[in-house]
Design a protein around this ligand. Sequence first.
Ligand SMILES: Nc1ncnc2c1ncn2[C@@H]1O[C@H](COP(=O)(O)OP(=O)(O)OP(=O)(O)O)[C@@H](O)[C@H]1O
Length: 260
Amino acid sequence: MTDKSVDTNDIKISARNVDVYYGDTHAIKSVDVDILNHTVTAFIGPSGCGKSTFLRCLNRMNDTIDIARTTGDIHLDGSDIYAKDVDPVQLRARVGMVFQKPNPFPKSIYDNVAYGPRIHGLVANKAELDEVVEKSLKRAAMWNEVKDRLDQPGTGLSGGQQQRLCIARAIATAPEVLLMDEPCSALDPIATAQTEELIDELRQDYAVVIVTHSMQQAARVSQKTAFFHLGTLVEYGATSTIFTNPEDERTQDYITGRFG
Ligand SMILES: Nc1ncnc2c1ncn2[C@@H]1O[C@H](COP(=O)(O)OP(=O)(O)OP(=O)(O)O)[C@@H](O)[C@H]1O
């Protein structure tokens, strides 16, 4: 017998019946989705459809927006991330985030990467911290570029290097999931290609979720795609299916450029 159902051991994050409101604006409407481990999941859809809002639910970044209210269930490895005893700061170490605009701290390259392990008490001494910094920069494919100038400001790097530094900073807390909100939109084509290559490598270790406006990028980097429209999740499935044989007319219209 062929069982084509999802292997539930591979579900990293499971969201059910998720709604998000900003005051009276109903931004996310009853979304159900499973985010798989070792998979890049792309969130696509027209501007304002709720991609970033839903992404921010997955590590409770919406908690930082006063008027935002989230309802429904989101489980990480089977545990409710909105439970009363969950510390959102600890959660964000497990579910890291990389933003649209590279945002290194005004600190040295070393201190940018060391920041998370230091505040979360993940290392016992300087030697261990050095090791984490080196490993994270290697994982973000930029160790060779910066190993001789770790004490220089992160803000002095090129845009593409800054974004990889931000990825290294997110990786340094040993996350399980990486959320990326249009991580290449401020990058030139070469830095974009390097970042996409890195995203593909990162899925060996993490579940990666990427919001992108570029359908070409979604097709290149993701294995799963979720198409959002007006706050609803219209269609979710294998990227190849969504782009070649979608079920819903709205998905078809979007991927063929009829709106958005
Ligand atoms: N901080 C906020 N306060 C109030 N409303 C917000 C806020 N952030 C988003 N919204 C609203 O929620 C809806 C979804 O926005 P969101 O940014 O999640 O969409 P998006 O699909 O990521 O858009 P884009 O592709 O343009 O970035 C929109 O109507 C937007 O105006």
